[in-house]
Design a protein around this ligand. Structure first.
Ligand SMILES: [Zn+2]
Length: 144
C-alpha cells in the first residue's frame, strides 16, 4: 500500500525495505526487530504490535513524506544514491548495467550492483525533486 512512498524514500536515500505480500505480520515484525528498522504502515494492528512503528494516517504521498522526514531528517547528499527498485546502493559507471542508456549520458551513469538497473542524469525525474523542494523537505540545508 505504501509502494509509492517506498520509492520516494529510496530516492531520498533512506534504507527502505518493501516487503512482498506473502510475508506475515509476525515475520515482518521479526525482520524489523533484527534489523532495527522503523516500521511504516497503514495498518493500525501491526503498528500496535511493534514499538518502533509509525502509523501512516494519510493516503496522500505529500503527507506521508512529511511523516517520514519528521522521523528521520533527510540529507540532501543522500539524494539519488539508492536503487528505487531494490534498495541497492548505486555505484558510478555502467559496469554490469543491464539496461540500455543514452551513450551521451555515459558520464552520469550509475548502476545498481544488485539488480543491474541503470540510472543516469534525468532518470530520476525533475518532478520528484520539485515535489520534495515544494514540500520544503531540504529547506534547512539550504545556504549551508
Ligand atoms: Zn537495484
Amino acid at each position: 500500500m505504501l509502494g509509492r512512498l517506498a520509492r520516494y524514500m529510496r530516492i531520498m536515500g533512506y534504507d527502505t525495505m518493501y516487503p512482498n505480500l506473502e510475508i506475515s505480520d509476525t515475520e515482518l515484525i521479526e525482520i524489523c526487530q533484527s534489523e532495527e528498522r522503523f516500521l511504516l504502515s497503514r495498518d493500525r494492528q501491526i503498528c500496535r504490535r511493534y514499538k518502533r512503528s509509525m502509523y501512516m494516517e494519510s493516503d496522500r504521498i505529500e503527507e506521508q513524506i512529511m511523516q517520514v522526514v519528521s522521523l528521520e531528517k533527510p540529507q540532501r547528499s543522500r539524494l539519488f544514491t539508492r536503487c528505487t527498485r531494490c534498495n541497492g546502493i548505486l555505484e558510478k559507471g555502467s559496469l554490469n548495467c543491464r539496461e540500455e542508456f543514452d551513450p551521451r549520458k555515459l558520464d552520469t551513469v550509475y548502476h545498481c550492483p544488485i539488480c543491474g538497473r541503470c540510472y543516469w542524469d534525468g532518470t530520476h525525474s525533475d518532478n520528484i525533486l520539485s515535489k520534495l523542494n515544494s514540500l520544503g523537505v531540504y529547506n534547512e540545508d539550504q545556504g549551508k
